[in-house]
Ligand binder design. Structure first.
Ligand code: FAD
Length: 402
């Protein structure tokens, strides 16, 4: 088996792994990055970027029919060519992932396409198309991300059933779409498809969509989902599905009793699971599958670090990137550490939602005395000029010291 030596090895080339490797390269540390599927990870290939491209297209398409209010008229009827839209989306992904490859090279990082294992600390075995490579490295960064959770009875292998990856690749607009799981991914994709003509029903087990978000925000969102033609069934459990005459039928248990929902496609967005099973042999400390890390992204084994979705903390791309930059500094011996108190989170629904720091209900639950400032977009000139008057800005302050 070929053997190579590096100072650091990063496993996974997503928004956590590739910035870590680039920064390590910039800091003069001999680094390799291992990736089994696609440079850019979930975010660039089948996550943030393609979803935002489609969402942007859906928004523009749905606005067309309302532009006459601004004195803009469009001759004829608007139509959507999904093939062309997918081609455009693919072009963006290609440009970005190509750019990452170039940056890795420019910063003297060796990219190895293959699947990694860690037989023991200090060693990484990579299975590539051309055989196996054994890499020795003092520092190993695990950045292997996450994947969609599958639920019993709704196998992704079936044509009717989609995870987010399949939904991002649709070659047509499904007439009836049932989304199981009212988290941000389901709502973003569901809203997009509703805007281009799908009849969308979201099934959510809890008593609000986006569980954990400020109830004031949810009120605005719920109103707008309805306006956009998205039906939301709360406190509702999906029991299973079967083939009907022309469509599938999703059986659900609502608080008012059982219902059968017609569906051409069923999108499952009940959450994501960390890709951590492959390091089971190491006995790293884990919490619900996420590798436990400290503020310097160190795991329970010296010389092994974890960042991004596979590590503990919120599962967002910019969190992964920030941790990638911190871990590189730590490996270089600098006194860097992570501070997770005010990580922003954005949901690209209609309206878009953004938060940073504790939300009002979280701050109250934590025992803070608060001052709350709230300003409605309905009276904002900028919002009016954008025709985006749904929603508000809320600022919360610790009453003790503002
Ligand atoms: P990943 O991006 O998952 O990358 C991990 C990489 O590791 C993968 O390329 C994988 O192939 C590779 N890998 C795994 N195991 C091995 C192995 N053994 N050997 C070699 N390689 C391996 N986040 C946001 O912040 N904003 C958004 O708007 C947003 N939108 C999203 C929309 C969708 C539809 C989805 C699915 C996700 C979205 N996310 C968004 C979440 C975001 O994609 C993730 O938080 C982010 O990709 C995590 O980065 P990561 O580097 O930890 O892992």
């Amino acid at each position: 088996m070929e053997t190579r030596e590096y100072q650091a090895v990063v496993i996974g080339a997503g928004p956590g792994g590739y910035p870590a490797a680039i920064r390590l390269g910039q800091l003069g540390i001999k680094t390799a990055i291992i990736e089994r599927e696609y440079i850019g990870g979930v975010c660039l290939n089948v996550g943030c970027i393609p979803s935002k491209a489609l969402i942007s297209a859906g928004k523009k398409y749905s606005e067309l029919s309302t532009l006459s209010e601004l004195g803009i008229s469009i001759p004829g009827e608007a139509s959507l060519d999904m093939g062309k839209l997918q081609e455009w989306k693919g072009g963006i992904v290609k440009k970005l992932t190509g750019g990452v490859g170039t940056l890795l090279k420019a910063n003297k990082v060796d990219t190895i396409m293959g699947t990694a294992e860690i037989p023991e600390p200090g060693q990484v075995k990579v299975t590539t198309a051309d055989g196996e490579i054994l890499i020795k490295a003092q520092h190993i960064v695990i950045a292997t991300g996450s994947r969609p959770i599958e639920i019993p009875g709704f196998a992704y292998a079936d044509d009717r059933i989609m995870d987010s990856t399949k939904a991002l690749d649709l070659d047509h607009v499904p007439e009836d779409l049932v989304v199981i799981g009212g988290g941000y991914i389901g709502l973003e994709l569901g809203t997009m498809l509703a805007k281009v003509g799908s009849k969308v029903t979201v099934v959510e087990m809890q008593d609000q969509v986006l569980p954990g978000f400020d109830p004031d925000v949810i009120k605005v969102l719920a109103r707008k989902l309805k306006k956009n033609g998205v039906d939301v069934l709360l406190n509702t459990r999906a029991l299973g599905w079967e083939e009907g005459d022309t469509k599938a039928v999703v059986n659900v248990e609502t608080p008012k009793g059982p219902r059968a929902l017609p569906a051409d496609r069923i999108l499952i967005t009940v959450g994501r699971r960390p890709n951590s099973e492959w390091v089971k042999n190491l006995g790293l400390e884990q919490e619900r599958g996420h590798i436990v890390v400290d503020k310097q992204l160190k795991t329970s084994i010296p010389g092994i670090y974890a960042i991004g979705d596979v590590a503990t903390g919120i599962m967002l791309a910019h969190k992964a990137t920030h941790e990638g930059e911190i871990v590189a500094e730590v490996i270089a011996g600098h006194n860097a550490h992570n501070d997770a108190r005010t990580i922003p989170a954005v949901v690209f629904t209609d309206p878009e939602i953004a938060t940073a720091g504790l939300q009002e209900h979280e701050a109250r639950a934590a025992g803070y005395e608060l001052k709350v400032g709230k300003f409605p977009f309905a009276v904002s000139g900028r919002a009016m000029s954008q025709r985006a008057t749904d929603g508000f800005t809320k600022v919360i302050l610790d009453a003790a010291d503002d």
